[in-house]
Design a protein around this ligand. Structure first.
Ligand SMILES: *[C@@H]1O[C@H](CO)[C@@H](O)[C@H](O)[C@H]1NC(C)=O
Ligand SMILES: *[C@@H]1O[C@H](CO)[C@@H](O)[C@H](O)[C@H]1NC(C)=O
Ligand SMILES: *[C@@H]1O[C@H](CO)[C@@H](O)[C@H](O)[C@H]1NC(C)=O
Ligand SMILES: *[C@@H]1O[C@H](CO)[C@@H](O)[C@H](O)[C@H]1NC(C)=O
Length: 396
């Protein structure tokens, strides 16, 4: 990879300053992770990744994590989200804390076993990046700060992030839930602070026509024809969706198209599943644009006795702005969804984690041992910086 010149200069400065303090004590120098904590984070990460926890099957890893945290003298509460699926909430002396550090314990399928390649320093397996690569360093980071921050920190690990966020929604709606001033979310962000992510709107176009022999198409109404026409309108609309400097263009993906049964039959039904990632505006605005663009196609097919319906997958959400004003961190914006909008409340939010989103859902999901270790230090830096922000700043 070609590094921009600034990176080289920065690493030279770091090297030069490290050289001047050749006799530092790792327990004081915050730029080096003590060996025992390195061992702790690698161990914890391995135990988490070894346990398969594809969304729906988080019971094992959740219960294991709860007992691990109890052993570390956290008070642990399990919130049952659905049968045998638990959010894990952990805190020290008090339940209401200023800061919450959170991530998710479910993964996408399929399961890939854990490995650690000592030659390359790579640690892989399903979830090694997304998001157990955040969970393990978050816990070690918090554990090491409890005394300094007088236990004013909580940890929350939720289920179901990969399939719609039911875990975080359940926590959000929990009658008994504490509120926080600052929430730090863990997802793979290449160890940069995320300044925001795009919004989301999902929908289906469903067409019902009338079957007929393909030799006499005028006797039927081809749902496929109508869907193709509708998608043509959506291609046009793509050029007129809202955009912003910060997030670029709103994109619209035709993720799946189904229609008809055979080449010699006029298709009776057809549908397309579409995901819109919003760079600006609101789901309501884009819904309006979609309806407007499909108005004529819909009127036409209804005239012929067919139907065109839109089915929205939930409310959707606008672009999510996240705080990233902490000195010493690189920043970026991302195009994927997270649990950030699923936690209600008036809190300052941060999103940070080691590893790259580009490998996160792949069969070669992995990150470097060094990234895990650095993440412990980075989370600490982030937590301390956030804890120093005065209340005024926090609630803005
Ligand atoms: C937890 O508390 C017990 C009793 O106070 C103590 O002996 C033990 O060392 C603590 N463990 C950790 C990991 O802090
Ligand atoms: C570690 O990675 C190296 C380089 O890709 C590879 O040659 C080696 O076989 C790997 N070791 C193990 C134990 O998988
Ligand atoms: C956004 O779309 C416009 C027009 O289609 C294109 O010219 C531009 O390069 C796109 N911008 C980004 C960041 O993709
Ligand atoms: C909740 O989080 C999930 C998972 O990241 C995301 O797909 C979903 O759209 C979010 N829901 C809302 C209402 O923000």
């Amino acid at each position: 990879m070609l590094l921009p010149p600034g990176v080289l200069i920065l690493s030279l400065i770091c090297w030069a300053s490290a050289d001047q303090t050749a006799l530092y004590d790792p327990s004081i120098d915050s730029s080096i992770l003590p060996i025992s904590e390195s061992a702790d984070v690698i161990y914890l990460h391995r135990k988490l990744v070894e346990q398969e926890s594809i969304t729906g099957n988080e019971e094992g890893v959740g219960k294991w994590l709860a007992s691990y945290l109890k052993e570390k003298n956290f008070t642990v509460e399990l919130q049952e989200v659905s049968s045998k699926r638990y959010n894990v909430l952990a805190y020290g002396k008090k339940r209401e804390t200023t800061i919450l550090v959170t991530s998710h314990i479910d993964t996408v399928p399929p399961f890939w076993p854990y490995y650690y390649n000592k030659t390359t320093g790579l640690i892989g397996g399903r979830g090694s990046v997304d998001a157990k690569g955040s969970v393990a360093p978050q816990i070690i980071a918090v554990q090491g700060l409890r005394e300094q921050l007088q236990d004013d920190l909580s940890l929350l690990f939720v289920v179901g992030e990969e399939t719609g966020g039911d875990g975080m929604h359940a926590f959000s709606d929990w009658d008994d839930r504490p509120n926080y001033d600052i929430v730090i979310f863990g997802e793979p962000t290449e160890s940069k602070l995320v300044c925001g992510h795009k919004g989301m709107l999902g929908f289906k176009i469903k067409v019902k026509g009338k079957a007929a022999h393909s030799g006499y198409p005028w006797l039927g109404v081809s749902a496929n024809d109508v869907l193709v026409e509708a998608l043509g309108k959506m291609l046009e609309l793509r050029q007129h969706l809202p955009w912003s400097e910060k997030y670029g263009n709103t994109t619209m993906n035709f993720g799946r198209i189904d229609g008809g049964v055979a080449a010699n039959v006029v298709a009776e039904t057809a549908e397309a599943r579409i995901a819109v990632r919003l760079a600006a505006g609101t789901p309501g605005l884009v819904r309006g644009q979609i309806i407007e663009h499909l108005k004529d196609v819909k009127a036409n097919v209804e005239d012929q006795g067919g139907e065109l319906e839109l089915e929205w997958s939930g409310e959707g959400y606008p672009p999510v702005n996240i705080d990233c004003d902490v000195e010493g961190f690189e920043t970026l914006t991302v195009n994927y969804g997270t649990d950030v909008p699923n936690l209600s409340g008036d809190h300052k939010k941060f999103l940070f984690g080691p590893g790259s989103i580009f490998v996160a859902h792949s069969d070669h999901e992995a990150l470097k041992k060094k990234e895990l270790e650095q993440a412990v230090l980075d989370y600490r830096r982030l937590i301390i910086a956030a804890s120093k922000m005065d209340h005024q700043e926090r609630v803005l």
